[in-house]
Write a protein that binds this ligand. Structure first.
Ligand SMILES: Nc1ncnc2c1ncn2[C@@H]1O[C@H](COP(=O)(O)OP(=O)(O)OP(=O)(O)O)[C@@H](O)[C@H]1O
Length: 393
């Protein structure tokens, strides 16, 4: 049955280096929770601590109602799926999948090659193991591979076998450490869908580690975005994308990356190159970053828009979208805009271009990187009259 996983104050230090800094997290039963962050942020260490493969210096881990902080990995009722698959090369697929059940359902004596055959109950236990192995192989559509060795499988098939070996134990939670990173790009996209579907079918708790924000965004119920051993933000993919709590979160989530424009604040008014774009209530800010998603930059202007003047530099065609890179005048900064192919067809490379955005659609971050919320009400909008940013007078 799916169980909750609760982490309280997990801290881990290697030599003088703090890898996890008082991390707390409540994962709901049946939730798909992704730990995402740049390489070295501590996500694998956190997963290994949940699995019991590493010990935390401080903090507790509960799975369901049980405090498992000091339990051996095999007693925690979790199954780990590794990036490397970690299959036994000398065993067949069937034997690989059966291994966790043989360990839990057969006594040490019954596992011995010859002597074990006489152990009472062995035959029945093996029959039930075989039945469960076939059931999980059917669910993952790998029945035909049960007699093969791992070396005779493709990467995607090995990944399924590793999943089957985890599933067969019906664990309280699945812990997955970059399980798709060894697959080619097309198969990775396919396996994302399969894993999400599998999660739905099993209704199990999944804790998934990746450095790939697209994987995190497409698969998760919630994402914990980590940096330097801390959770920067915990929320749904939608929350992290549309209401990033800090500039670091805004810059990590989304591809192409968000456009960051530096603005100064004079008497509570945010000015981009001398042009007011928003009013702030808080008087204490001196400078803010105005961050604009690539899809929020448009070629056509609407009333109340801010306009950036730039030179079109390059167009990348991605089928349904085109990414425009344009050098913003005066700033020597490359802007990224996501355009439709129809819009992009009118863009002339190396020619001046105007990119427009709605101030209320931008994100504002204070000098310390934390999100601020300028009020975009009618009166504030009316107070902003001149919005031609970066244009020659
Ligand atoms: N056994 C260890 N001894 C010393 N330092 C370690 C050990 N394991 C991990 N680290 C360090 O802890 C930090 C976090 O490592 P971790 O593997 O958790 O990062 P990660 O976010 O999973 O990165 P990646 O995506 O590259 O796997 C890194 O700086 C790493 O070098």
């Amino acid at each position: 049955m799916a169980q909750s996983v609760k982490l309280s104050g997990i801290t881990k230090t290697y030599a003088a280096h703090t890898v996890l800094n008082d991390v707390s997290l409540d994962i709901q039963p049946g939730e798909f929770l992704t730990l995402v962050g740049a390489s070295g942020c501590g996500k694998s260490t956190l997963l290994r601590i949940i699995a019991g493969l590493e010990e935390a210096d401080r903090g507790t881990i509960s799975i369901g109602e049980r405090d498992v902080s000091h339990l051996d990995p095999q007693k925690r009722d979790v199954a780990m799926v590794f990036q490397s698959y970690a299959l036994y090369p000398h065993m067949t697929v069937g034997e690989n999948i059966a291994t966790p059940l043989r360990m839990s359902r057969l006594s040490t004596c019954a596992r011995w090659p010859l002597v074990g055959m006489a152990t009472p109950g062995r035959r029945e236990a093996l029959a039930s193991i075989g039945k469960d192995v076939r059931a999980v192989a059917t669910q993952l559509q790998i029945e035909a591979l049960l007699g093969r060795k791992p070396a005779q499988l493709s990467g995607g098939q090995r990944q399924r076998v590793a999943l089957a070996r985890a599933m067969v134990r019906r664990p309280a939670a699945f812990l997955m450490d970059e399980p798709l990173s060894n697959l080619d790009a097309k198969l990775r996209v396919h396996m994302r869908t399969e894993l999400t579907e599998l999660h739905r079918q099993l209704g199990a708790t999944f804790i998934y580690v990746t450095h790939d924000q697209v994987e995190a965004m497409t698969m998760s119920d919630r994402i914990a975005l980590m940096a330097d051993g801390n959770i920067l933000q915990l929320g749904t993919p939608d929350e992290l994308y549309h209401r990033p709590a800090s500039l670091r979160v805004a810059q990590f989530i989304g591809s192409p990356t968000i456009n960051c424009l530096e603005a100064i604040v004079t008497n509570g008014v945010v000015q981009l190159i001398g042009v007011p774009v928003a009013n702030l209530h808080e008087a204490e800010h001196r400078s803010v970053t105005v961050a604009v998603r690539p899809e929020a930059l448009r070629l056509h202007a609407e009333p109340g828009d801010v306009t950036l003047q730039a030179t079109a530099h390059r167009l990348e065609h991605h089928g349904a979208d085109c990414f425009l890179l344009a050098m913003q005048h005066d700033q020597e900064r490359m802007l990224h805009a996501r355009l439709s192919p129809a819009e992009a067809s009118g863009v002339a490379i190396d020619q001046p271009i105007r990119l427009h955005f709605r101030p209320a659609g931008a994100h504002f971050f204070a000098a310390d990187g934390l999100r601020i919320e300028p009020p975009f009400d009618e009166s504030a909008a009316q107070a902003i009259t001149q919005r031609q940013v970066g244009m020659s007078a």
